[in-house]
Design a protein around this ligand. Structure first.
Ligand SMILES: [Zn+2]
Ligand SMILES: [Zn+2]
Length: 261
């Protein structure tokens, strides 16, 4: 399995990060992408990725968009040269919390899509209560051959199909899938099928049942994988094979250089 969206560099893991990585590998999570939320956080993600020979993503979260540098492409430049960096994000629109003004969120989003286009990197999108506006931006900004994932997707079937059929992006599915009240999400996953789904934890947040409420970690992804298999009525091995293949394809991990130290 590949945890396509973790915050392994988060301070929540400072006390026992080695053990968490060991438990992940014991649970069959071979690798993971540690995702940055601003420039400083992205630097931490890269350092963590290099230390554990996993992968990192460089991005400015919509919550942090208000403090984004004026020239995001220039600010990202040196970080994108680092070993282990495989994606841009998380970036997107969050109209639920509105921690940054919507105009600032959208400027940062468009700038990050431009960097991804120029560098031929995939995008990790964070979208909450903003699916319609997000798709307007994607229609204007995504060009042929660009790849991405709507991480922690929690929309309905209509949204799911609009993303998959309209833009060919993956849906990142995490612990929310296991929650009792997530029937709409399970229907959405059934509608798009395993070919369009990535597994993720978004740890330390959003632990799946039976760990709900605890600090999440990559090893817990197995619970989400089990529910995904039940939801789709396919064997767990098929879920693991296909979601791994999807993550390898999105992040171009085959042949991507693994950090050596
Ligand atoms: Zn997010
Ligand atoms: Zn995240």
């Amino acid at each position: 399995m590949i945890d396509s969206h973790a915050h392994l560099h988060d301070a929540a893991f400072d006390a026992d990060r080695d053990t968490v990585v060991h438990r992940a590998r014991q649970a069959g999570v071979e690798t993971m992408v540690s995702v940055g939320c601003d420039l400083e956080d992205s630097r931490r993600a890269i350092a963590t990725a290099q230390r554990y020979r996993i992968y990192a993503s460089v991005g400015i979260h919509p919550h942090e968009a208000k403090a984004a540098p004026n020239d995001i492409a220039t600010a990202f430049g040196p970080l994108l040269e680092e070993q282990g960096v495989v994606a841009i994000g998380e970036t997107g629109l969050d109209f639920y919390y509105d921690h940054s003004p919507r105009g600032a969120q959208e400027r940062a989003l468009r700038a990050q899509i431009a960097v991804a286009r120029q560098r031929k990197l995939p995008l990790i999108f964070h979208v909450r209560d903003a699916h319609e506006r997000m798709r307007e931006v994607l229609r204007e900004e995504l060009t042929d051959g660009m790849r991405g994932v709507i991480h922690c997707f929690t929309g309905n079937t209509i949204d799911a199909l609009a993303y998959v059929e309209g833009f060919g992006v993956y849906l990142g599915i995490g612990g929310v899938l296991t929650f009792k009240n997530a029937g709409d999400l399970r229907d959405a996953v059934k509608a798009v099928g395993i070919e369009h789904v990535l597994l993720e934890t978004d740890c330390p947040y959003l632990a799946p049942i039976p760990m709900r409420g605890k600090r999440n970690e990559p090893a817990y992804m197995k619970y989400t994988a089990e529910v995904l298999a039940q939801t789709l009525g396919i064997p767990p091995s098929a879920v693991l094979d296909q979601t791994t293949r999807n993550a390898v394809e999105l992040f171009q991990l085959r042949g991507a250089e693994r950090p050596d130290s």
